[in-house]
Design a protein around this ligand. Structure first.
Ligand SMILES: [Zn+2]
Length: 188
């Protein structure tokens, strides 16, 4: 018999494997990888709702993940840890989206992935820095978040943008639907 791999973090299971059976309430089976077993650590995390109700990150040498408060998220993403890390971000606090990052340790601080709600989002730091700057400018002008997410600027906002309307509206149209943009807007 070969090594048993954890269906969540994909690491080899060193101690007693736990057969997957998370009960009827568990609705995140689609995130699990192809193994009938999970390791003890992942099992502990599944049982503990802290992991789905908070945004958090961890580095490879940390014993426990650290919570990321709402106003810390953008700063964290623009300046991630030097050591291998992974992060889960949630506002909805519903599902076990953190499962998605468990197989990965990020080592490239300039381009890396995080789990945001129930998807993997790739962060390009340079791109993100520009997005944050642009979003701040727009919010200061009084443009609504939902307009920026939808990519359609209403009449009132148009007037606020003024002369540069076409340029700005094209830019917002292009950004809408970009997962990184959606994530940035969520934490602005
Ligand atoms: Zn595991």
């Amino acid at each position: 018999m070969g090594d048993i791999i954890c269906g969540i973090c994909r690491e080899k299971i060193k101690r007693e494997p736990i057969k997957k059976n998370f009960g009827e309430k568990f609705m995140s089976y689609q995130y699990l990888f192809d193994s009938d077993y999970i390791c003890e650590r992942c099992y502990e995390r599944l049982k503990n709702n802290w992991f789905r109700y908070h945004s958090w990150y961890e580095t490879k040498d940390m014993l426990f993940p650290k919570e990321l408060k709402k106003d810390e998220v953008i700063k964290f993403l623009l300046n991630p840890p030097e050591k291998p890390f992974r992060a889960y971000l949630t506002k909805k606090k519903r599902k076990h989206g953190w499962i998605l990052v468990m197989p990965y340790w990020e080592t490239n601080r300039d381009v890396y992935r995080v789990a945001f709600e129930e998807e993997i989002v790739w962060v390009d730091r340079k791109e993100m820095r520009e997005m944050v700057k642009f979003a701040k400018e727009m919010l200061e002008k009084g443009i609504k978040k939902r307009e920026m997410l939808r990519g359609e600027i209403g009449w009132n906002s148009m007037k606020k943008i003024g002369e540069k309307y076409h340029e700005v509206s094209d830019k917002i149209k292009k950004l809408a639907g970009n997962p990184l943009w959606r994530m940035v807007m969520a934490w602005m």
